[in-house]
Each structure stands twice: as structure tokens, then as C-alpha cells.
Write a protein that binds this ligand. Structure first.
Ligand SMILES: O=c1ccn([C@@H]2O[C@H](COP(=O)(O)OP(=O)(O)O[C@H]3OC[C@@H](O)[C@H](O)[C@H]3O)[C@@H](O)[C@H]2O)c(=O)[nH]1
Length: 323
């Protein structure tokens, strides 16, 4: 197949590109390099199946002459809260204009398109764990709204293009994901704690650390997305995440213990950002039933692989994006 991956230079996108190229597909990447980095794809530079296009999806885009896409993985959007909040209007428009532009392209090419939506559509949930049928509890005017509401509007566009134009759509709601190639300085929990522990500086726990998240290793996530894309029928959104739930404080202690406490590695408590969800855990019944998908990589093994990758990069701080 000929496949387009938007955001293909990012953390998740670049793992998707590797997976698809390993399967023998021709893969085109569309990325504005806002938070993605070419270093994530440099191993593919000589690969004939790989094509890179620098472009911001807020603007419409035409495929190169003679290229007809079979599938699109629409993954482009800053995902780390500090990154998406730094340029909030751009973040919202990336979801709204970006989804519209990519759905227009999918319609022209008669290509199936998958959207990487997010667990953030559930906001600060008052239903736990979160099932796809839960409509969420999202503040529409707060500092996270640009991302949360953008992704919600993106989902709406996807299902409207399906109803109005019969575009074949797939929508995955991704929960917190981690693994090699995360931007060392992207400000998210796993990258922060590993970077801080390896650098011998305090681990910053926001609030009292009692809020929870559920962490999925990147290879499990990519497998789930590919299965959803290749599933035969369009259905509603599907949660893709690991249902094992941990508190933030527990994660700080775990990562500090795995890396080995250095003198500076105490835990410090800082203010909780506004609208920070108090708990998050996917109900994965749909993914199990329709995709025969379940996470395979344990937190222990996933952290080991991620720390190994971070160890190589800490100190170099080379090509880690703009943050
Ligand atoms: O240094 C840190 C970073 C984060 N945290 C806390 O750790 C938790 C997780 O924070 P992250 O920034 O990693 O991610 P969040 O869960 O807030 O948002 C994420 O949700 C799912 C995805 O769509 C996105 O990647 C991102 O928006 C939050 O409670 C946050 O306050 C810390 O305690 N210390």
C-alpha cells in the first residue's frame, strides 16, 4: 500500500512509520517539525519506501503527482501539555483545520483514514474506568481546552465525513503512552522523571501525586492502531491504552528506584496544573473484542527499554525537537 502518516517525525508517528515500512509499504510522512524531529527518521533516509514532506496540516496539502494513498494515519498534533499549551490557537486549529484538510485528502483519494484522538476527550472524568460511551467532563475555556476540545471537534469531523461523504474512518482514543524516542524535554511525566533521575536532579511531582494514569508501551499502542485501521468496518471510537493504573507519586518512586537514587534525586512537590485530570484508566473491552488486542509489554520491561534509550541521549540533547 501507499500510506500517509501525518506527524510521522514525532514520537508515536515515527514508530508507526517504522512498523509500516517493515511491512513493505511505501510511507509518506507529513510533518511541520513543531515537536517532531528528523533525528527520529534519519535511519530511513536511504530507504526507497520512505518519503518526507515538511508541511503544516493547518494548510491544505496536495499529494505529489501520481501518488494515490490507500490509507492515512492522521497523527499530527503536539501532545505534551506544555507543548500544546505554548501555542494554544495553533493546537486547536491543528485539530480542526488539520482534520478537515486530511479528511478532504482521504475523500479525494478514497483512502481509509485513522485519527489518533485522545483520552483527554474524557476530561477530568467522573466515570471510572472510562468506556467509549462516556461523553466526558471537559472544561471548554481552560488551558487544556485547546487540545481536549480540538480533539473532540476532530472526532466530530471524522464521523460527519463518514456520514456525509462515506469516508472510511477509524478513531483511536490514545491513553498515556511512553517509550524510546520520547522527546527528553517534552515535559510529560515519564520523560520528566527519567530525565530528572538520570540527571541527578529532583523529580517534580505535581500536586500530592495521588492523581492516576495508565501507561501503555509504544509498541503495544502501534499494534492496536494498525489493527484498528485494518479492521473491516467503521465503528465508533476505540480506547487504545494499558488498563494498569498507577499514581503519579508511585511512578516517581518506581523510576527513581529503577535508575538508582543519586544524591539529588529527591522528590519535590510542585503546584498541580489547572484542570489536571484526577484519574484515568481505559476500559479496553472494545479493543479486546473487536481487535483481539491487549497490551503485551509490562511496565517494568517498558521502563527498562525507555531508560536504556534515554541513557544514550541524555548528555547529548541532540535533535530532540524545539522544547
Ligand atoms: O514532571 C511532571 C510531569 C507530569 N506530572 C503529572 O503526571 C500526570 C501525567 O502528566 P502528563 O503531562 O504526562 O500527561 P497528561 O496525562 O496530563 O496528558 C496527556 O494525556 C494523554 C495524551 O493525549 C497526551 O499525551 C497528554 O495530553 C499529570 O497528573 C501531571 O500533573 C508530574 O507530576 N510531574
Amino acid at each position: 500500500m501507499i500510506i500517509l502518516v501525518t506527524g510521522g517525525a514525532g514520537f508515536l508517528g515515527s514508530h508507526m512509520v517504522d512498523y509500516l515500512i517493515n511491512q513493505g509499504h511505501e510511507v509518506h510522512v507529513l510533518d511541520n517539525l513543531q515537536t517532531g524531529a528528523l533525528v527520529n527518521l534519519e535511519h530511513l533516509n536511504e530507504n526507497k519506501l520512505f518519503k518526507f514532506h515538511q508541511h503544516d496540516i493547518i494548510e491544505p496539502w496536495k499529494a505529489p503527482e501520481g501518488v494515490k494513498f490507500d490509507q492515512i494515519y492522521h497523527m499530527a498534533c503536539a501532545a505534551s501539555p506544555p507543548a500544546y499549551q505554548a501555542v494554544p490557537i495553533h493546537t486547536l486549529l491543528t485539530s480542526v483545520y488539520g482534520c478537515n484538510n486530511m479528511l478532504t485528502l482521504a475523500k479525494e483519494h478514497n483512502a481509509r483514514i485513522l485519527f489518533t484522538s485522545t483520552s483527554e476527550v474524557y476530561g477530568d472524568p467522573d466515570v471510572h474506568p472510562q468506556k467509549e460511551s462516556y461523553w466526558g467532563n471537559v472544561n471548554c475555556t481552560g488551558i487544556r481546552s485547546c487540545y481536549d476540545e480540538g480533539k473532540r471537534a476532530g472526532e466530530t469531523l471524522f464521523f460527519d465525513y463518514n456520514r456525509v461523504h462515506k469516508v472510511e474512518v477509524r478513531v483511536a482514543r490514545i491513553f498515556n503512552t511512553y517509550g524510546p524516542r520520547m522527546n527528553l524535554l517534552d515535559g510529560r511525566i515519564i520523560s520528566n522523571f527519567i530525565y530528572q533521575a538520570l540527571s541527578g536532579i529532583p523529580l517534580t511531582v505535581f500536586g500530592d501525586g495521588s492523581q492516576t494514569r495508565s501507561f501503555c508501551y509504544v509498541s503495544d499502542l502501534i499494534e492496536g492502531l494498525v489493527r484498528l485501521q485494518n479492521n473491516t468496518e467503521t465503528m465508533g471510537p476505540v480506547n487504545v491504552g494499558n488498563p494498569e493504573e498507577h499514581t503519579v507519586l508511585e511512578m516517581a518512586e518506581r523510576i527513581r528506584n529503577v535508575i538508582g537514587a543519586k544524591d539529588g534525586n529527591k522528590i519535590v512537590f510542585e503546584g498541580l496544573p489547572s484542570d489536571d485530570p484526577k484519574k484515568r484508566k481505559p476500559d479496553t473491552t472494545l479493543a479486546k473484542k473487536y481487535l483481539d488486542w491487549e497490551p503485551q509489554v509490562s511496565l517494568e520491561e517498558g521502563l527498562r527499554r525507555t531508560i536504556e534509550d534515554f541513557e544514550k541521549r541524555v548528555g547529548q540533547l541532540k535533535g530532540v525537537g524545539n522544547l
